[in-house]
Design a protein around this ligand. Structure first.
Ligand code: HEC
Length: 109
């Protein structure tokens, strides 16, 4: 019985909508990469036309605080749709810290 409970808990943890600790890299791949690209370059299939800057480009993320970027993610900006339906404020901040900023860091190395 104990194994079944464990298996059930593991299965539930894998369902993105239920977990506080969901893997935001997966969310990025599923929801954001179409425009921003899997590599954050801004060259996703739709990004080519909508033209988000690459996260690694110097002007893009430089002066913006995590709070600013979380606000863009949840509220949208120009061609960027709002994702407040998908991400809480805390998750949007985690998205910035764990997914968006590391793309920029990688590009500058
Ligand atoms: C339909 C295409 C599209 C999707 C989907 C999309 N974005 Fe964007 N995103 C854009 C565009 C275009 C901009 C530039 C907006 C501007 O210039 O004001 C942008 C800007 C941003 C910025 C600000 C950085 C900058 O260079 O100004 C962040 C951070 C960001 N997006 C994160 C995300 C995240 C995280 C997701 C998924 C939850 C996502 N985006 C989904 C198109 C998209």
């Amino acid at each position: 019985m104990r194994c079944c409970v464990t298996a059930l808990l593991l299965a539930l943890a894998a369902v993105p909508a239920l977990g506080e600790g969901r893997d935001l890299k997966l969310t990025f791949a599923a929801r954001c990469a179409v425009c921003h690209g899997l590599d954050g370059s801004g060259r996703g299939a739709a990004g080519v036309r909508l033209g988000p800057r690459g996260f690694g480009e110097s002007k893009s993320l430089g002066k913006a605080s995590d709070a600013d970027l979380a606000r863009i993610i949840r509220g949208g900006s120009e061609a960027m749709p709002a994702f407040s339906f998908l991400l809480t404020e805390a998750e949007a901040r985690r998205m910035v810290a764990e997914v968006v900023r590391p793309f920029a860091a990688r590009r500058h190395r």
